[in-house]
Design a protein around this ligand. Sequence first.
Ligand code: AMP
Length: 174
Amino acid sequence: MAATLDLRTFIRDVPDFPKPGILFKDITPLLRSADAFGAGVEQLAAPFASERISCVAAIESRGFIFGSCVARILGAGFVPIRKPGKLPWTKRRNEYILEYGTDALEIHDDAITESDRVLLIDDVLATGGTAAAATALIKEFGATLVGAGFLIELAFLEGRRKLGDVTTQSLIQY
Ligand code: AMP
């Protein structure tokens, strides 16, 4: 794997998707490249390698792609954070505002315990509404939220401010 691989060159800009005015960051070219995908998940995991992460929580659906790989690299379990109506068991829920709409997130209520050291993973940090809702949900369990990692950060939207004191890492900034 090339150490100098520029992950940015594997992100495709798609104007006006899914709504007019949104410049969508398409990660599928990165996923399609074995080297770029491998480098991406390795780099997402690296800052947290010595943090004794017990579970990686990731946001549906693109977050699952990266989060599950990061969990394996860190030797951690995986917790899916899902949109309403998808999880079969009893769950906790949090509502949030998106860059393009509103939604809610849910986690099974037995998925995280107070003794967990949790890493949150998603593909894109945009306005931060989704990640802030996810971090609030994780904290409700009494777990330690060690940090949050994103492949892409739309820094001009200042989403990281919504995450407060959560250690936040991103691999590509715009
Ligand atoms: P936000 O709550 O605004 O931070 O939005 C983050 C979520 O929406 C992530 O799960 C992303 O997958 C998705 N998202 C928001 N904006 C974009 C964008 N410009 N390109 C791709 N995905 C986006």
